[in-house]
Design a protein around this ligand. Structure first.
Ligand SMILES: O=C(O)C1=C[C@@H](OP(=O)(O)O)[C@@H](O)[C@H](O)C1
Ligand SMILES: C=C(OP(=O)(O)O)C(=O)O
Length: 425
């Protein structure tokens, strides 16, 4: 894919539905009694993997683009699959579904692509085994075989702030008689807690501890998925770094456990207004973003889980900020679709960036001259879109290999950029 430098972005756009919430809407609706209707569903790679797995587990799902109806079969309604459960590229599918399968009295195997097979599953194997399930992986990775049933509640002190780990334990906790809780070192996204509560489960949230009481009856719901702030992030940074740009992003999910990037960009000097706040258990808002003069910042600690998927695009913003940006406490990026810390440093250097990795983050010196380059996405959607945003600001067209992986979370990303550019003519 060849990306040419662009004029300002201008106009109004709604980003696609939130990936994390789309996964959860499917999974939890399957465990509910009755039909759940989902609107603005993210109908792309990862969420379609979740849908295919649920169908293999005997759930009927009607799917028309962004509208989905899940015919829930209740907490104990999943059927033994006759084939492997293919989670594709999706860590969320694997870890959340593993938690649910621990409550089912049959054996099933979860597997996925080469990237997924490298991602650590030991982090869920440990607590799920403590609950009484039999979960085994190849060297702590996929393929993962789960034999469930007869679970006991636990309190789990998680070594890592991970919503996927937390959700796996809480979902297994739905099948255990009593309260199952997870305490994490910093608060990760809380969509599981909010949606389970909305569906009638007894959920307790106390700082970094989330707990669920087992054996609830979950009731079917109408769920409208907010726009994905992790997808909005690419358009926000593109607008900030392309002079004279001004865009409005409508219907963006602004759950506080996801808005770390907005806080950091504002601290860097970004002109971002959040208005029209509305919504139910998952708040949404519209964002007005204008091109801005940015300066470097130090980022680390509890804010990192609130922007865990936005570090690659923050690194791109930092290239156009004066001074140095230091990102710490981000070692979790090493176990995403690719090692995002080394991949960002390797790729951004290709266009002349001054960027180095540290043990747990990145140091980026902004303001150096940059030039067009041939980038690799490393097969990682967030890398591909970060590189595309960077390419918009380079002197000549830049190439990105395997850009197609962007479809995992934002299929029409380049079309959206093209439309916003035309509107500025
Ligand atoms: O729960 C979720 O939907 C997600 C949690 C995060 O992963 P971790 O739980 O591994 O931090 C995030 O990186 C991923 O894109 C989606
Ligand atoms: C890490 C991500 O997703 P997952 O863990 O579900 O593969 C992501 O979308 O950036």
């Amino acid at each position: 894919m060849l990306i040419t430098p662009k004029r300002p972005l201008f106009g109004c756009v709604a980003v696609p539905g939130d990936k994390s919430i789309s996964h959860r809407a499917l999974l939890f609706s399957a465990l509910a009694e009755g039909d759940s209707h989902i609107q603005n569903f993210l109908s792309t790679g990862d969420c379609l993997s979740t849908m295919a797995c649920l169908r293999r587990l005997g759930i009927d799902i009607d799917h028309h683009g962004t509208e989905v109806t899940v015919h829930g079969r209740g907490l104990h309604g999943l059927k033994a699959p006759t084939a492997l459960l293919d989670c594709g590229n999706s860590g969320t599918t694997t870890r959340l579904l593993a938690g649910i399968l621990c409550g089912c009295e049959f054996e099933s195997t979860l597997d996925g692509d080469a990237s997924l097979r490298r991602r650590p599953m030991e982090r869920i194997i440990t607590p799920l085994s403590q609950m009484g399930a039999t979960v085994s992986g190849m060297g702590g990775c996929c393929p993962l075989t789960v034999r469930g049933g007869n679970l006991r509640p636990i309190h789990y002190q998680s070594p890592v702030a991970s919503a996927q780990l937390k959700s796996a334990v809480l979902l297994a906790g739905l099948f255990a008689d009593g309260e199952t809780s997870v305490t994490e070192p910093a608060l990760s996204r809380n969509h599981t807690e909010l949606m389970l509560r909305e569906m009638g489960a007894e959920v307790r949230i106390d700082g970094c501890t989330a707990a669920v009481r087992g054996l609830p009856t979950l009731h079917a719901c109408d769920i409208t998925v907010p726009g994905d702030i992790s997808s909005a992030a690419f358009l926000i940074v593109a607008t900030l770094i392309l002079a004279e740009s001004e865009i409005v992003l409508t219907n963006v999910g602004v759950n506080e456990t996801r808005t770390g990037l907005l806080d950091v960009l504002r601290e860097m000097g970004a002109d971002i207004e959040i208005f029209n706040r509305r919504g139910g258990c998952e708040p949404v808002a519209d964002l007005l973003v204008r091109a801005s003069t940015l300066h470097g910042v130090k980022v680390g600690g509890d804010i990192i889980p609130r922007m865990i998927d936005e570090i690659p695009i923050l690194a791109v913003a930092a290239l156009f900020a004066s001074g140095t940006t230091v990102i710490r406490d981000a070692e979790e990026l090493k176990v995403k679709e690719t090692n995002r810390l080394s991949a960002i440093a390797e790729e951004l250097k290709k266009c002349g960036a001054h960027i180095e990795t540290t043990a747990d983050g990145l140091v980026i010196e902004g303001g150096h001259p940059l030039h067009a380059a041939a980038f690799s996405s490393h097969g990682d959607h967030r890398m591909a879109m970060s590189e595309a945003v960077l390419a918009l600001r380079l002197d000549e067209p830049s190439a990105i290999d395997d850009f197609a992986c962007a479809e995992i979370s934002y299929p029409d990303f380049l079309g959206t950029i093209a439309r916003l550019t035309e509107e500025s003519l």
